[in-house]
Design a protein around this ligand. Structure first.
Ligand code: DGJ
Length: 718
């Protein structure tokens, strides 16, 4: 059958769609090519001929294409993009009536099978500069009876055979965004998440790469599902070499039964690829988030934050908070956030969630004196809330025990001693909107830390699952609140990084990447986090010297350098710091403010050295004149001296001054002498020497880091 072709271009890539039949199309299209830009006069028919796959002996008589919705209906034996039925029928729709509408850099494919009573819309868009391809899918029941939908992939993408390795995510509470790398297996590598939130352990993303890919080399392809609920993420390799990536919302049994006329809309999948390794891929996703997803305010300088949690927990003594505010302002903090413990009877994690009124015993004169002090010191005020939750010991639960997510006749297990409110009940959602709206109207609150501290177990309203609806109701609640209070920024926190995804980021301004303020753990958490997210939305605080979640003791430089690159803040009890330590914190904050445009608008640089014993993290300004780089040693290195640190991405012909901001701790312990040039500002190197020869880093103790500042000193005359 003759096919027709459509083409989209970004600044560096081309997508070609092959559509069976001419006008009108007569079957579902397939992506024939997505890769580096093709010549303008490229003839897609020729490319199709060149890529034509022969049908293999022993298989079906015609090669089976991987369409946008692969299915047994056209002979595809792997994971179908659609699973559903109407009492055992209409499980294999043949979408032959197809329309393709092209608008700007998008296609909308409308496909229908009138007999099966189903219509399928797939929207594909390619962003101009960031090289991100997005896809969403909608399935409508145009039949006369209910349709039981079990899986509707948000996107299916063919994966070229050159990608031989796969990187997926795992993790846990206080250990998010860990990565695992392996050879692409035969069969399916599938990650499923049934936690009802994005999860700490299965960040919904996968990266594929050519053999041995690293931060700067190799071709890599990344995919992420922009969704904060259950999900399924899979890569499948079939014996004939066909490979596909599918991602979508994981639907629990009976969760989506489409009545006649109803439509299911999937979340969005964002794909990107780079021929410059993981660094290039991250840059694409960061640019995409910055230009297409994140709320406007994230483009203004991210205020250095003090969060009270690890300094006071539930013990909100006014004098202590006042002292913290004074010290915060003294060291340069710009936003003061009052964490959990401010509302009525909230003296431990066992009570009071749901009762969003001030604790008058702790705050007899309201929050006004504290806010007045904070604002008088030139800082913004922020407040912690956990709206989706209710404690069994709360007025709200006593009044409305039926407002929680629950399965009929079963006791819902509590998590952190709390239940989840059913936001799909309008009365519950309205109560939350009113409570938060009242607070935001009453006090000049500029920031909400929106927490969410448990997995959803009984994701149901009595007898049926409502997980996806709960996620959409959460989005609607936040959107409604933001429409009423557009200046208020919101942090997405879910016991740390349990709700980090592009879906929540369309409506929130930063993510609390982990409950671990332990800089040792944070190093790898932040490396994994930064694969998809830019540093300015990564909440990162200087925690206490004696880490509360691990018991490690870490020095101040290491803690400060680790937090320095993100949305910087403090969580240590400043009243316990010596005057010297406060000065040091103030210096790091001042330097952070100076470098903020580079850290939060530039290109991220990462390296994993010595098998992960050393992690390098940095940012290079877009004009490549400046960079900030941290070199963190997490474990004793194998060799006495590590290999010189090579920095790529700077201008090769320019001369840079390289300066270490801090000095190694007790250098005499490991070195008889230390090269001075790095510390006295006399080290000048060309961009090409930095990239090819590198820079010898002095020997550092485990759990210490060196912060390097690289600034252009001269450019070569042309
Ligand atoms: C979990 C958060 O991640 C912490 O930062 C803190 O806000 C606590 N909840 C408060 O209960």
């Amino acid at each position: 059958m003759t096919s027709s072709y459509r083409r989209l271009d970004s600044s560096c890539s081309t997508v070609l769609l092959e559509v069976p039949g001419q006008e009108p199309p007569s079957g579902l299209p397939r992506i024939l090519y997505w890769g580096a830009s093709l010549a303008e006069n490229e003839q897609p028919e020729n490319l199709a001929r060149a890529l034509n796959r022969p049908a293999l002996q022993g298989g079906l008589d015609d090669a089976v294409p991987l369409t946008l919705s692969p299915s047994l209906a056209n002979g595809f034996p792997g994971q179908p993009a659609l699973i559903g039925h109407r009492k055992g029928r209409d499980a294999l729709p043949g979408f032959h009536e197809v329309d393709l509408i092209e608008t700007g850099n998008s296609w909308k494919i409308e496909a229908k099978d009138a007999k099966a009573g189903l219509s399928l819309d797939i929207v594909i868009s390619l962003t101009g500069d960031s090289n991100v391809l997005t896809m969403t899918t909608r399935l409508s029941n145009i039949g006369a009876t209910d349709y039981d939908l079990q899986w509707c992939a948000a996107a299916t993408l063919p994966v070229p055979a050159s990608y031989q390795e796969i990187l997926s995510f795992n993790g846990r509470w206080c250990g998010e965004f860990q990565t695992a790398r392996r050879k692409v297996p035969m069969g399916t590598l599938m990650r499923e998440n049934r936690r009802g939130r994005t999860s700490h352990d299965s960040f919904p993303a996968m990266i594929l790469g050519t053999e041995g890919f690293d931060e700067v080399c190799g071709a890599v392809l990344g995919a992420h599902l922009a969704w904060s609920g259950n999900h399924r993420v899979l890569h499948e390799r079939l014996p004939d070499g066909t490979r596909q990536l599918q991602m979508g919302e994981l639907l629990l049994p009976g969760e989506v039964i489409l009545a006649p006329g109803e439509t299911y809309s999937s979340p969005e999948v964002c794909f990107s690829f780079s021929e410059e390794g993981l660094g290039g891929l991250s840059h694409n996703f960061h640019s995409f988030l910055r230009s297409e997803v994140l709320p406007e305010q994230t483009r203004s300088p991210r205020p250095v934050t003090l969060n009270t949690w690890e300094a006071v927990y539930f013990d909100h003594a006014p004098e202590k908070l006042a002292r913290l505010a004074d010290l915060a302002a003294q060291v340069g903090v710009e936003r003061f956030v009052l964490d959990d413990g401010w509302f009525k009877d909230r003296n431990s994690e066992r009570t009071a969630l749901g009762d969003w009124v001030l604790d008058e015993q702790k705050y007899p004169q309201g929050l006004d004196p504290l806010i007045a002090q904070v604002e008088g010191l030139g800082m913004e005020f922020g407040l912690w809330v956990e709206p989706e939750m209710v404690s069994p010991d709360s007025d709200l639960f006593r009044a409305h025990p039926d407002w929680i997510l629950h399965l009929e006749a079963l006791q819902e297990p509590t998590g952190r001693y709390q239940h989840v409110l059913n936001l799909t009940k309008p009365e519950a959602a309205n109560y939350l909107f009113d409570s938060l709206d009242t607070l935001l109207k009453r006090y000049p609150i500029r920031y909400l830390k929106w927490d969410m501290n448990r997995d959803l177990s009984h994701q149901a309203d009595g007898r049926s699952f409502v997980t996806g609806q709960q996620t959409k109701a959460l989005y609607a609640l936040i959107d409604r609140l933001r429409a009423r209070h557009p200046l208020v920024e919101i942090e997405s926190c879910a016991s740390g990084g349990g709700r980090a995804d592009f879906g929540i980021l369309r409506r929130t301004h930063r993510i609390w990447a982990s409950d671990s303020n332990d800089a040792h753990d944070r190093q790898s958490i932040q490396q994994g986090f930064s694969l998809f997210f830019p540093p300015e939305i990564m909440g990162a605080h200087i925690g206490p010297m004696h880490c509360h979640t691990t018991g490690r003791r870490l020095d101040l430089d290491f803690r400060a350098i680790t937090a320095f690159f993100g949305h910087f803040g403090l969580e240590a009890d400043l009243t316990q710091l010596t005057a010297d330590e406060l000065d040091k914190v103030a210096n790091y904050i001042a330097l952070h403010k100076d470098c903020r445009p580079i850290l939060h608008g530039g290109k991220v640089l990462r390296q994993v050295l010595e098998g992960g014993r050393v992690l390098v993290f940095g940012a290079i300004s877009n004009d490549r004149t400046e960079a900030m780089v941290s070199y963190a040693v997490l474990e004793q290195t194998r060799d006495g001296l590590t290999a010189p640190l090579r920095l790529t991405g700077l201008r090769s012909g320019a001369t840079y001054r390289v300066r270490a901001i801090n000095r190694p701790r007790d250098p005499g312990r490991r070195m008889k002498n230390m090269p001075d040039a790095l510390f006295n500002g006399e080290l000048l190197m060309s961009g090409s020497a930095l990239a090819s020869a590198g820079l010898q880093i002095p020997v550092l103790d485990p759990d210490t880091a060196l912060l390097l500042q690289v600034s252009i000193a001269a450019t070569k005359k042309q």
